[in-house]
Write a protein that binds this ligand. Structure first.
Ligand code: MG
Length: 375
């Protein structure tokens, strides 16, 4: 039985990972469960799965069964991967990076759902991954699709990686309409069910810009080899174009069940519940990304190209801006404005350490809060 340390067990991906483990009883168990702040849900999962370790990042109290050890403070990173076979990183945002780096330092197989680990810390993470011969497996559906089309070979050669984007809820909105859309409108994703932060990032297309950067690191691609197209039906999860003109796509319903399960079971493919009925699909559409309407897409790619601390600055400002938008403190177009302001006021530095990224993250958040709340 393989042991999984699940970081971010009470979020959207974490809950679906628990569902996969329940369904594949006997194949997997949890060695550790970590949640950012949902003590009640964490406690319920601990009573169900009896992990060796559990941690609540907020530091609040929570109830534990006998046999599960509570980790807190610096002990979380120090011991959370003890004895695990797979580190499943599903924590949200910049917070996931510290776990990904630690798991890579320990040489654990990593199932990565936290894209910020590569957007912000791509250089550090990939260096550590190479040094320790870590098997880094994507859970992000687009990158899982690419990985499958590349026959699980992240070093395989290709001509182009083509990521698909649903286009989010505002694909057909005008610039004028975007000024007055609310958080409630933005949270209505047409095809995928996800957490609030990523759903807003899908609406601004910041998420797709992130995924371009993520693909660059995962597959050693040049930015010129990565393209995104809008595909509103979310059936084709991404495509790989090869030198001979062949295009291989991975298709399926828009559900995270397969990407999560495959990251755990590969190279084996075990049964999943939902199977695509091709005859009932009807037309599938593909079109260019409307970049002028969604400036966050290009901002993320440009920050990724510039590298250094800039992707972390972009992400920190973006996380603050999305929280402010969810609270109704700023408008939808102001998310991009907040990010652009942080990028233009904070200087790029070469990345030497994780601490430096942490500092860049804090600086970006302060800059964003100052712009949003005037403090
Ligand atoms: Mg994705």
């Amino acid at each position: 039985m393989k042991k999984i340390a699940l970081i971010g067990c009470t979020g959207s991906i974490g809950r679906q990972a628990c569902e996969v483990v329940r369904r594949l009883k006997g194949e997997f168990c949890f060695s550790a469960l970590v949640s950012a702040q949902n003590g009640e849900a964490l406690s319920a999962l601990c009573h169900e799965f009896h992990p060796a370790y559990a941690a609540l990042y907020s530091g609040a109290e929570f109830d534990l069964p006998n046999g599960t050890k509570r980790l807190s403070g610096e002990d979380i990173l120090r011991h959370v991967f003890d004895g695990c076979d797979i580190a499943l990183i599903a924590a949200g945002g910049f917070a996931g990076l510290a776990y990904t780096l630690r798991a890579a330092e320990e040489g654990k197989r990593i199932a990565l759902a936290n894209k910020e680990s590569l957007v912000c810390g791509g250089e550090l993470v990939m260096d550590t991954v190479e040094k320790n011969a870590v098997d880094l497996v994507p859970i992000d559906s687009e990158h899982s699709a690419l990985w499958q089309a590349l026959h699980f070979d992240k070093k395989a050669s290709f001509r182009k990686l083509i990521l698909t984007a649903s286009g989010g809820p505002f694909l057909h909105a005008t610039q004028e309409q975007l000024k007055s859309v609310t958080a409630k409108d933005a949270l209505k994703h047409p095809t995928w069910k996800m957490g609030a932060k990523i759903t807003i990032d899908c609406a601004t297309l910041l998420n797709k810009g992130y995924e371009v950067v993520e693909a660059k690191w995962l597959y050693g691609a040049d930015f010129s080899q990565i393209e995104a197209v809008v595909h509103p039906e979310s059936i084709v999860h991404s495509l790989v174009a090869f030198e001979d003109g062949a295009l291989l796509a991975q298709m399926g319903y828009p559900t995270m069940e397969l990407p999560i399960q495959l990251a755990l079971t590969y190279p084996k493919r075990l049964p999943c519940e939902r199977h695509l009925d091709v005859a009932s699909l009807g037309a599938l559409h593909f079109m260019p990304v409307p970049e002028e309407k969604f400036p966050c897409y290009r901002l993320a790619i440009e920050a990724g190209k510039a590298g250094g601390t800039l992707p972390t600055v972009l992400n920190g400002a973006g996380e603050e801006a999305v929280q402010a938008f969810l609270r109704g403190s700023i408008t939808f177009p102001q998310i991009a404005e907040t990010i652009l302001d942080a990028l233009s006021s904070i200087a790029r530095e070469e990345v030497q350490s994780y601490e430096q990224l942490k500092e860049a993250d804090a600086r970006a958040r302060t800059s964003a809060r100052r712009l949003i709340y005037g403090q």
